[in-house]
Design a protein around this ligand. Structure first.
Ligand code: ATP
Ligand code: MG
Length: 695
């Protein structure tokens, strides 16, 4: 119980009923969850009967580390994961009840988009994205295609509901699920199958949910079915930090808890352990105008601290430059160490946060120029790019012939005249005989359901995959690998495919450039030559391409393990939730960016004013989340001129800056900062020069 205040202890010790910890940012909600895991184990609950649900995979791995520090190896058996990962577990275990084979595949957003385009008979990306969006919202509200059609409010919604029906049929045929199904299907499983429900409820001793304010309706339903009437769960959250309304999260879940569980114990935490008073005051001021679901006050005894700074940049480049200068000067600090040399803070003490992914680009450039190491979180990683995923799908299929979504993606990229009708028939056949698509393709009886011509095309594709597998096995070392990869790309006509599918040739060329980078990177990993630029870590050991390919499919998860690197963080505000840094800068705090533009693209105010008011409130919560990430220093910056598409428009400081109600005398940033930064760099250089002269 050490390291917990009285209210936190109360929450941790309340073991036998439903509890809600409702408190502002940095008040130790997440700490309550970690300590409660320890407390439950101490009270004799088997670790595997405890489930803690986090908002991201990264948060899950951090929580596991903390729990291990508290209770040792016992923490390994605790189920700590996201709602989606929990859904995967449940479906792997009980999916057969719903007719799903255990090695069912999970489609990513790209897979979904291409299936939707086919289901809707369209090649229009924008339209397909809108369908995807709407269908996802419906699924999150627990609606299936039939219900969506019955409840459709206009023709557009009726069309989308019809497409949803076809989309669902395809998913069933392919034995695949999308992200929303990972919640929706387990819910259906527990709701409609009492025997499964009982077993799951028996297994769940206590469920803990972090960031409860950002759960959606289906997640809440799922939670209810998992914990049953006894309601042994602990939810922690902050209504002021609900920032995923646009993705279907609903504060109704908070409002419903005391009604659905009248015996709910509500615990409030009021002390903030994260930020100085100056930072906390700015945060409280910003969130002030929002209507209150639950009134709360937050205080800190960490002292007043540095005043919050407001910085203005002439444009995005200038803003980035000022941000970098601020990092350099803060890093050097004003204190001298014992030896009289300046003490440097660590890069990982810094974060620069922004509203939209694209704002990272200018910052990245400035950071590279200043040689500051950084990572980008919440953005699109290299392995998320469509063209890289295309190639990875081929690799996945070569390594594991049973990976059905990989099969579907590879067979259609580039198009090779195997249509969705054929694939649907193949899928149905595979389901019937409980085999993968790849196995089904070589089955003799396939001809009874698929036309001879289509069978021919399928065989050709299957033989080509086998051939690639054989060649990849023989390919040794970087040189050979590069040759093989280039040959293969030529055989399948991938460059032409990019040119055909992108209207803009420049974009196609950039994507082809990524493909070439990726091939370099892969071949470098086959050994023989060392290519540091490509980040290869291989030694003299020579590997076959197939060996390398086998590990590539794991790479999408690499970024989750970077947490201990000593680098500055660039992050979207959304991805910064739950995290904290000593020094934080919010950039682009302009009207139109934060708050994000509240009317639609053409300035036609089509959105009803209610919607606008609600969106403004969510933007305000986003600003609150940003401010409260800071522990010791905070700067917010805005630009006087900003780019909007091709135009340059005059920048207006965000209303949130005024709402922070900062002390006018202290907000201006110190102009001597740049000088200080320079001095510090000189001092550092002098020191290293001295060291190398000595050494
Ligand atoms: P957020 O709303 O941003 O998710 P939170 O309420 O989950 O914040 P935590 O991340 O749990 O807050 O805690 C914020 C910081 O305060 C952490 O560094 C944590 O270690 C520290 N902290 C929490 N409780 C205490 C305590 N009782 N004593 C000292 N430090 C604490
Ligand atoms: Mg938290």
């Amino acid at each position: 119980m050490s390291g917990l205040n009285f209210a936190q202890q109360e929450a941790v010790n309340y073991l036998h009923g439903p509890a809600l910890v409702l408190a502002g940012a940095g008040s130790g909600k997440t700490r309550v969850i970690t300590h409660k895991i320890g407390r439950l184990i101490q009270a004799g609950m088997p670790a595997k009967r405890i489930a803690a649900i986090t908002f991201t995979n990264k948060a899950a791995s951090e929580m596991r580390e903390r729990a291990k520090q508290l209770v040792g190896r016992g923490a390994n058996d605790v189920v700590i994961c996201t709602f989606h990962a929990l859904g995967v577990r449940l479906m792997r275990q009980f999916g057969d009840v719903l007719g799903l084979k255990p090695q069912f595949s999970i489609l990513d957003a790209d897979d979904v988009l291409s299936i939707l385009k086919d289901a809707g008979g369209s090649t229009d990306n924008a339209a397909a994205r809108q369908w995807q969006w709407t269908i996802s919202l419906w699924k999150n509200e627990g609606r299936n295609a039939e219900q969506a059609l019955a409840q459709a409010r206009d023709d557009n919604e009726r069309v989308i509901a019809t497409i949803m029906g076809r989309y669902e049929e395809r998913l069933t045929a392919y034995q695949s699920v999308d992200f929303d199904d990972l919640i929706g299907l387990p819910l259906r499983l527990l709701r409609d199958h009492p025997e499964v429900r009982e077993q799951v409820q028996q297994n769940m001793g206590h469920v803990l949910v972090d960031e409860y304010q950002d759960t959606n309706a289906t997640q809440y339903e799922l939670l209810k079915y998992m914990v049953g009437e006894r309601g042994r769960f602990t939810a922690v959250g902050d209504d002021d930090q609900s920032i995923y309304g646009w993705r279907g999260a609903t504060l109704d879940n908070l409002k419903k808890l005391p009604i659905d569980y009248p015996e709910l114990k509500v615990i409030k935490l009021e002390q903030n352990y994260r930020s100085t008073s100056a930072i906390l005051r700015a945060a409280n001021n910003v969130i002030g105008p929002n209507p209150k679901l639950f009134p709360k006050t937050l205080w800190s005894d960490l002292g007043e601290g540095e005043p919050v700074r407001v910085v203005d940049g002439d444009n995005e480049e200038h803003e980035a430059e000022r941000a970098v200068n601020r990092v350099l000067s803060l890093r050097a600090g004003d204190t001298l160490g014992a030896s009289g040399s300046p003490q440097f803070k660590e890069w990982k003490d810094f974060a620069i946060l922004y509203r939209a992914n694209h704002q990272a680009r200018v910052l990245e450039k400035a950071l590279r120029r200043a040689q500051i190491p950084y990572k980008v979180s919440g953005g699109q990683s290299f392995f998320d790019k469509a063209e890289i995923r295309d190639l990875c799908a081929w690799f996945r299929l070569i390594v594991n012939n049973n990976d059905d979504p990989a099969f579907l993606r590879a067979v259609g990229t580039p198009k090779r005249g195997i249509g969705h009708t054929t694939l649907g028939q193949l899928g149905a056949f595979a389901t019937q005989y409980k085999v993968s698509l790849f196995e089904a393709l070589f089955s003799n009886s396939l001809q009874t359901v698929v036309s001879a011509r289509a069978v021919g095309s399928l065989h050709e594709f299957g033989r080509y995959i086998n051939d690639l597998e054989y060649r990849a096995r023989q390919t040794l070392g970087a040189e050979d690998a590069k040759t093989f990869l280039m040959e293969w790309l030529k055989e399948i006509g991938y460059e032409q495919h990019l040119l055909d599918s992108e209207e803009n040739d420049k974009v196609a060329a950039a994507r082809w450039g990524n493909v070439l980078d990726f091939c370099d990177w892969m071949s470098a990993r086959c050994g023989g030559t060392l290519d540091d630029a490509a980040g290869a870590t291989t030694g003299p050991e020579i590997k076959t391409l197939l060996e390398v390919v086998q590990t590539v499919s794991l790479l999408s998860t690499i970024s989750e393990r970077e947490k201990d690197q000593n680098v500055l963080t660039l992050s979207t505000l959304h991805a910064s939730k739950g995290l904290e840094w000593p020094h934080v800068m919010l950039i682009g705090v302009n009207e139109g960016l934060l708050p994000f533009k509240l009317d639609d693209d053409n300035g036609k105010k089509q959105v009803v004013s209610d919607d606008i008011a609600q969106r403004l409130q969510e933007e305000r919560r986003l600003m609150y989340v940003g401010i409260t990430r800071a522990q010791r220093s905070l700067a917010v910056s805005w630009v006087k001129q900003r780019k909007q598409g091709r135009e340059t428009v005059r920048g207006v400081p965000s209303r949130f800056i005024a709402e922070m109600a900062l002390d006018q005398a202290t907000i201006k940033e110190d102009p001597r900062e740049k000088l200080k930064a320079l001095r510090a760099e000189f001092a550092k250089k002098a020191q290293t020069d001295l060291a190398s002269a000595k050494g």
